[in-house]
Design a protein around this ligand. Structure first.
Ligand code: ATP
Ligand code: MG
Length: 193
């Protein structure tokens, strides 16, 4: 399977769809948010650094993040394709990912972009806050994460388009999780023909 990059704003469903895709096609799944939260839980040095940024709704610095990503990727079983969930989030990270994969004889594969309105995103994240209790899922930090997304991450959408691998799925058109998944699965299968 081709590698997949899942791209979208906080709360757009990257983790949810990644899990469904990984399960269906037997692919690996790297969620950088989950990697960082595990480091925080285990109170590692990296966790302490990451917590400072995450709690402020800011991104972890690129150099650190690229290093973590390469280590996580190399620890994955190879050959069945990997889903990148939450990485890259900046142009520098995207360039680094492309280079890292090329050095290993691998490719970016395809990018799946999830489009969801900010109103829906906020409602979802506030609901998730009650269920999962993530420290960064409060209204003030969510607003900061949206701002960071718009300024640092969203411009990457065009970068992927220029690579010729962007595939966009719009919640307001698909309307349900099942509808989104069906459209995404179809595109993945078309790309892997
Ligand atoms: P969701 O998972 O619901 O789409 P999200 O994108 O905000 O929401 P995560 O991907 O779990 O959540 O990321 C949580 C936090 O971890 C980010 O706000 C950021 O501080 C940090 N983080 C995760 N991935 C990266 C990355 N690639 N570069 C820099 N920081 C990151
Ligand atoms: Mg996530």
């Amino acid at each position: 399977m081709k590698n997949i990059i899942i791209f979208g704003a906080p709360g757009s469903g990257k983790g949810t769809y990644s899990a469904e895709i990984a399960e269906r096609y037997g692919m690996g799944h790297i969620s950088t948010g989950d990697v960082l939260r595990a480091e925080i839980k285990n109170e590692t040095e990296l966790g302490k650094i990451a917590k400072g940024y995450i709690d402020q709704g800011q991104l972890i610095p690129d150099e650190l993040m690229i290093d973590i990503l390469a280590k996580t990727y190399d620890a994955q079983p190879q050959g069945s394709g990997v889903i990148f969930d939450g990485f890259p989030r900046t142009i520098a990270q995207a360039e680094a990912l492309k280079q890292m994969l090329a050095q290993r004889g691998h490719e970016l594969g395809m990018m799946i972009e999830l489009i969801v309105s900010e109103e829906v995103l906020m409602a979802r994240l506030l609901r998730r806050a009650q269920i999962e209790g993530r420290a960064d899922d409060n209204e003030e930090t969510i607003r900061k994460r949206f701002a960071v997304y718009h300024s640092q991450t969203e411009p990457l959408s065009k970068w992927f388009a220029a690579e010729g691998i962007r595939h966009t799925f719009d919640w307001s058109i698909c309307k349900t999780k099942e509808g989104m998944l069906e459209a995404i699965f179809q595109e993945i299968e078309r790309q892997n023909k």
